[in-house]
Structures are given as structure tokens and as C-alpha cells.
Design a protein around this ligand. Structure first.
Ligand code: SF4
Length: 549
């Protein structure tokens, strides 16, 4: 009789994925080797004692292009290298001696004192650069390694950190920017965010994950929970009351997947334990052999949510989770731009920079303006915007005017409101095209060209611009998603341009935009193209129909 073939085949597959829980701890690629050689959290001491004194040339390449990320540091792109050469150069040819530095701001929550310090650090050490990212972080550029001890002193003295802002680690936790004040939230997830951050960020038990691990926790559906590695979404259980519905395995990049519900309801005080269980499953069973398969979404796709929940419960939590209902999906996306009442009778004011680009000086002035309006709290949003909380009604008009003078519009056009852009070729070593400046040009062009139709558009038309095939600006979830690449123009020249994805969305319309085959636009034709698409939408839509429908 022929021997059974299934067992050896399965064993081969398991070995091939490099899962720790199945006994395969031998590093299988250079990233795994680097993390095994030295825990990335140890790099902080070397930065302070060696590299900050010795300067850029003293940095070990394994730290420079690997472990530095665990403290929010990436080398930025050398100026002047065009996108057509990105894929052809060695990392050291792309590396500038300056750094991007990311501050993790869990829940996007800062006090006005912290905001002023963020701005002042930028003015002193970062050539006044500051971008609000779509993960509620602040990102600086032009940082010198020599200045990092002083920067950490200032940040940490004000209760902020760059720890695990990047790297194969538990990244910043997205939270509702209106947590605790919104009239319509199921519950406030802030205590869970704080406890996870205080307990597990910087814990060596979770500092060597297969890849990055993104978390969202919100009592309102305003943090793109569908595309997170793990998400806790506010829901009311018919017997147990308010709590969270657990989702796992969402993510974008080159293999976008919508997260899957475990069908479990978790009360607020159990969220940190369940979070620790989920990230432990990922650490132990995640696929470490191939980096492009190392996100939790591939494991969830292979196992399915039932097996994932069973392993989580039996091996990590030691108990069964409570079954729970699905949250009611919001019928419109929420971005909090404008002026809204809080449940305590005050107001919050949401304002739009273009694609998150602000500056240290602007942030310092926002802090002052907020304080003049009686506020002590500011929030960054997952749409690269900012909110000032706790404003008495009588102070709203003055604050709106002050924010407007800073380029932060409270009543923006649908294009300014809906545009997002990643870092792009200005600073990102993976980029193929320019993004932030292009977003600003596009908004200016559309505000002129489409002035006749914009009053009739109730929801922002979302235009997300990426500088490369990664999806830092979430292109697959936009009405119009633009993936940067080199394209051929009408005269046969190779120029900057975009692959177009149309009709993506989250919430009620959750799904990824259709990549239209061969549908590419050059950067110089971008405004023409978007204008054409919007005019067609305006002409053809039925009453109340949104773009993604
Ligand atoms: Fe860089 Fe690409 Fe991410 Fe943009 S999408 S920030 S170009 S890696």
C-alpha cells in the first residue's frame, strides 16, 4: 500500500512558514536574524552612549536599518534621487544621514502642553517639519542622531515616547479622537488603550513579532477598524451591556484583507488581556519565514476566525470568551471635521490641514489658540486632521478664525477634507513619486475647478495618494485611490504617475477599490482626471448616493 502523503506534506508546510509555536525558531531571513542577535529595544542605550556621540558614521548598519525603528527612527531619503531609481539602488545609496522620527501618540491624544513641546522640538531639531500621520502619530524629518538624547529628554519629560513607534512591535494604538466626549459612543476605550500602553509597550515579551502589529480600539466606528491586525469595536451586548466586538486579521499593503469578527464580546476591563492573547498568538504562530507573509492577516486567512478563537481561548486565555453581536454599522463615515457638541455641553472643533502637513510653528500656535479658547486637549485623527476639545460655545467662533489663519480649516471643501497622502518621495526611501505637495496642488486645483458643484456634495470625496505600492495612505479604502508609479505619458516619456483604484470604502461600504486594469494617470493630468471623475459622479448619482456606492 502506498504510504499516506498528507502528513509529510503538512509538516513541510509548517516548517516552511517558520512558526515559533511549531518549534521553528531558527532565523529564516535577515530580519529574523537581526532580532535574534539582539533584542531591538537594546538599541536605545547604544544610541545614547555611542551613536549620539560618534555621529552618523559610527552607527552599526544592523541598528541603522533595523533596530532603530523600535524607537521611531528611519533614515530618510537622500534628496534628489528620482523615483525611477528607487528600486535600482542599494539601501546605503538611498540613506541620508538625517532621520525621520515618529512619536507614537496612542489614541491621538495630547494635552496643549504636550502639543507645544512637540512643536518646539520640531522648531529646534527638525527644521520645523511635522506631519500628522493617518495613524494619529506625529512625524518629524531632518533629525540628527546627535540630538536624540535631548529630544527624548523633552518628550519623555512631558509623558510622550517614541518607543515601538515603528518596527516589528505593537505599534501606536488607534483610538477615537472623541473618546469620552462623544454623545454617540458606546463606551470610552481610553482606559484599555492606556493599560495596554503602560503594560506592554516596551515589554520584551512582545518586542520581537513576525511583523508590525496594529491595534484599534474605539467606542465609535471612526478608526478604520476593518483594516487592523486586531480591533475592538464598541457594541452593546443584549445581556451584558456595553463592551467590544473583537476583529482580527485586517490589513492593506499588497494583499489587502478586511478583518474578521471572532464573534466574541469583551468588557472594557478585559480588553488588555484579550489583546495580549491575540498578540501572543501572532508572536508564536505568525509566519516568520517570508516577510511579505508575516502579517497576522495571512494566519487568520489560513486558519479562519473559528480556529483563531479556539487557539486564543484554549492556549492563551484559559477560558471561553462570551459570544457577542456584531456592531451596527454606521451609514456614513465619520471624520469629526466641523463643530460638534460634547456630552458635557462644551464643543469640539475639527480642522483640516492638507494631507496632515503642518509644522512645528503651527502646532505651537494651535496649542496657544486652544488654550485661549479654554481648552487643554487636542486630538489627532486617523484622517490626518486635528481636533480641539472642550471649547465653550462662546469661544468657538474665535477659535475657528484662529485655526483658519493657521491653514486649518473648520469648514473645508470636500477635497481638502477628504485628501490624505503618505510621506512620498520627499523623505521616504521606498517612494516612487511625490505625494504631499501633489495633494496640496490637487486640493487647490479642485477648489477652483469644482467650485460650482462642491456645495452639493454632502460627504467628503476621499482621495488617498500613495508614493509606492505599499498602502500607508490606505488607497484601497478611498473613493479615489492613487498608487504612485512610473507611467508612460502621451509622448512616450517615463514620468511620475498613478495606478487608479476607484470606489473603496469602510463602514457600510467596506471593501477595496477596484484597480482598473491599465487605468493610469500621469501626475500632471491628475487634476483633470479627478475633476472628470467627480463631475461624472455628480451627474450620475441618485438622491443620497455616496461615491463608494
Ligand atoms: Fe513610503 Fe510607500 Fe509608505 Fe508612501 S506608501 S510612505 S512611499 S512606503
Amino acid at each position: 500500500m502506498a504510504p499516506p502523503t498528507t502528513t509529510p506534506k503538512r509538516a513541510k508546510q509548517r516548517r516552511g512558514e517558520g512558526q515559533w509555536a511549531l518549534g521553528y525558531r531558527e532565523p529564516l531571513n535577515p530580519n529574523e536574524r537581526s532580532k535574534k542577535d539582539d533584542n531591538p529595544l537594546n538599541v536605545r542605550a547604544r544610541i545614547e552612549t555611542i551613536y549620539a556621540k560618534g555621529g552618523f558614521d559610527s552607527i552599526d548598519p544592523a541598528d541603522l536599518r533595523g533596530r532603530f525603528r523600535w524607537f521611531g527612527l528611519y533614515t530618510q531619503r537622500k534628496p534628489g534621487i528620482d523615483g525611477g531609481r528607487t528600486a535600482t539602488l542599494e539601501p546605503e545609496e538611498l540613506d541620508d544621514e538625517y532621520f525621520m522620527l515618529r512619536i507614537r501618540i496612542d489614541g491621538g491624544a495630547v494635552t496643549t502642553e504636550q502639543l507645544a513641546i512637540i512643536g518646539e522640538i520640531s522648531q529646534t531639531y527638525a527644521r520645523d517639519t511635522a506631519d500628522i500621520t493617518d495613524r494619529q502619530n506625529i512625524q518629524y524629518h531632518w533629525i540628527r542622531i546627535e540630538d536624540m538624547p535631548a529630544i527624548w529628554d523633552k518628550l519623555e519629560g512631558a509623558g510622550m515616547t517614541t518607543m515601538e513607534a515603528c518596527g516589528d512591535s505593537p505599534r501606536v494604538i488607534l483610538g477615537s479622537p472623541v473618546a469620552g466626549i462623544a454623545e454617540n459612543e458606546v463606551l470610552d476605550g481610553t482606559p484599555a488603550i492606556d493599560r495596554i500602553k503602560d503594560t506592554y509597550v516596551g515589554d520584551k515579551a512582545f518586542s520581537n513579532l513576525p511583523r508590525k502589529f496594529k491595534t484599534a480600539i474605539s467606542g465609535i466606528q471612526d478608526v478604520a477598524h476593518e483594516i487592523h491586525d486586531v480591533a475592538f469595536v464598541g457594541v452593546v451586548h443584549p445581556e451584558h451591556g456595553p463592551g467590544f466586538d473583537v476583529w482580527v486579521g485586517g490589513g492593506l499593503s499588497t494583499n489587502p484583507m478586511i478583518g474578521q469578527r471572532l464573534g466574541a464580546w469583551v468588557p472594557l476591563d478585559e480588553v488588555p488581556d484579550v489583546w495580549a492573547g491575540v498578540i501572543s498568538v501572532f508572536r508564536d504562530y505568525g509566519y516568520r519565514r517570508l516577510r511579505h507573509r508575516a502579517r497576522i492577516k495571512f494566519l487568520v486567512a489560513d486558519w479562519g476566525p473559528e480556529k483563531f478563537r479556539e487557539i486564543l481561548e484554549s492556549k492563551y486565555l484559559g477560558r471561553a470568551l462570551v459570544d457577542g453581536p456584531a456592531p451596527k454599522v454606521l451609514d456614513r463615515p465619520v471624520d469629526h471635521i466641523g463643530v460638534y457638541p460634547q456630552k458635557d455641553g462644551k464643543f469640539y472643533v475639527g480642522a483640516a490641514p492638507i494631507a496632515g502637513r503642518v509644522s512645528g510653528s503651527v502646532l505651537v500656535e494651535v496649542a496657544k489658540a486652544a488654550e485661549r479658547a479654554g481648552s487643554r486637549r487636542v486630538r489627532f485623527t486617523p484622517q490626518q486632521k486635528l481636533l480641539v476639545l472642550d471649547v465653550p460655545e462662546g469661544d468657538v467662533p474665535g477659535l475657528k478664525a484662529e485655526l483658519g489663519k493657521l491653514g486649518l480649516q473648520v469648514d473645508p471643501s470636500p477635497w481638502r477634507r477628504g485628501v490624505m497622502a503618505c510621506t512620498g518621495i520627499e523623505f521616504c526611501k521606498l517612494a516612487i513619486v511625490e505625494t504631499k505637495a501633489r495633494a496640496a496642488d490637487l486640493v487647490a486645483a479642485l477648489e477652483t475647478r469644482l467650485a460650482d458643484v462642491q456645495a452639493g456634495i454632502a460627504d467628503p470625496v476621499t482621495v488617498h495618494i500613495n508614493g509606492c505600492p505599499n498602502s500607508c495612505a490606505r488607497i484601497q479604502t478611498a473613493d479615489i485611490g492613487l498608487k504612485g508609479q512610473i507611467v508612460t505619458d502621451g509622448d512616450g516619456n517615463q514620468v511620475e504617475g498613478f495606478q487608479v483604484h476607484l470606489g473603496g470604502g469602510l463602514g457600510l461600504d467596506a471593501g477595496f477599490g477596484r484597480k482598473l486594469r491599465g487605468h493610469k494617470v500621469t501626475a500632471t493630468e491628475l487634476a483633470d482626471y479627478v475633476e472628470r471623475v467627480v463631475r461624472n459622479y455628480v451627474k450620475q448619482r441618485t438622491e443620497g448616493e455616496r461615491f463608494a456606492q
